[in-house]
Structures are given as structure tokens and as C-alpha cells.
Design a protein. Structure first.
Length: 179
């Protein structure tokens, strides 16, 4: 269970409280953004290592999305509280996260399994990670190129996030119906 990819995922989870401390304890929004960017980068690393080292595990399949979802939700709520992220962007992300969480719970209880991660789901998460981190890093400078970049990837990322959410809903219905 303590494979290299799982340790990377556990490290990502352990960095979330550090992110919160940077954001609220030190009131350092930019450094919190840089840490979020690092957490996002390691999202790709743990999956790559799992496949490359032939260390794909059930624990890793659970830890990776939990680390993603938790990091995104904490960053969104923190960004909302700090005024770093637009409120409507936060609401759109949090509602989608809540719907997916309920759907995953229903699938787990009724079908005894979980949904497979879609490549577009990974892409939308990457785009949103980038946008959220760039909003944090570029905060306080409205003409900062990172803020413009955050908008440029954040809007398509959010649209794709919802699109994939509807695909997951269809997947969940099929999986539950087949039981």
C-alpha cells in the first residue's frame, strides 16, 4: 500500500493544511497560490508514477481523486473567503463538486463500485487547478497576465468540468441500472 505514487498522493493531502496556513495564518495569498500550483503538478506525477512503476493500486485510485477534490474545494472556499475568486465561479465549482460527491456515494452504495475517471475530467481539473492558482498568484494586480491567463483557462475549464459532470451522471445511471 505504501507505494511511491501513494506516498505522493499522501504528501499532496498533507500539503493542504499548509496551503490553509499560508492563506489564513500568514495571509500570503500568492505563496498559497504557488503551493496550490505545486499540488496540481504532483497530481500528474502520482498517476504517471503509478503507471510507469506498475504500482496502480485501489488505494491510489481512491487517494488521487480525494486529494484533487479536497485541494480544489479548500482552494475555492479559501479563494471565496479571501476575495481572490469570483463568487459565481466558486458557486459553480462547489455545486458541481457536491453533485459529483453525492453521485459517487450513490454509485458506491447501489452498485458497489466507483466510476472510472475520464481523460476529459483530468483535463478539466488541470485547467481549473491552473486557473485557481493563477488567480491566487496574480491577486492584487488586476492587469497581471496571470489573472488574464486564469480567465482564459478558467472559463473553458469550468464549462468542461460541468460537461464531464454530465457524462459522469450518465455513467452512474448506466452502472446503477446494470446492477
Amino acid at each position: 500500500m505504501l507505494t511511491i505514487p501513494n506516498l505522493v498522493s499522501l504528501a499532496r493531502l498533507a500539503l493542504i493544511p499548509v496551503f490553509v496556513w499560508l492563506l489564513f495564518g500568514r495571509d500570503d495569498v500568492a505563496w498559497a497560490g504557488w503551493l496550490l500550483a505545486f499540488i496540481a503538478a504532483t497530481d500528474w506525477i502520482d498517476g504517471y508514477l503509478a503507471r510507469r512503476l506498475n504500482q496502480v493500486s485501489e488505494l491510489g485510485k481512491l487517494l488521487d481523486p480525494v486529494a484533487d477534490r479536497l485541494a480544489v474545494v479548500v482552494a475555492v472556499i479559501g479563494g471565496w473567503a479571501k476575495g481572490v475568486l469570483p463568487w459565481w465561479f466558486c458557486v459553480a465549482l462547489l455545486v458541481r463538486e457536491a453533485l459529483i460527491a453525492v453521485g459517487a456515494l450513490v454509485v458506491g452504495l447501489k452498485a458497489g463500485s466507483k466510476l472510472a475517471v475520464r481523460p476529459l475530467g483530468k483535463l478539466s481539473t488541470l485547467l481549473l487547478y491552473a486557473a485557481i492558482a493563477w488567480f491566487y498568484i496574480g491577486t492584487g494586480a488586476p492587469l497581471d497576465p496571470l489573472v488574464w491567463a486564469a480567465w482564459a483557462v478558467g472559463i473553458p475549464g469550468l464549462i468542461l468540468y460541468w460537461y464531464v459532470g454530465f457524462q459522469y451522471f450518465a455513467d452512474a445511471r448506466r452502472l446503477v441500472a446494470s446492477q
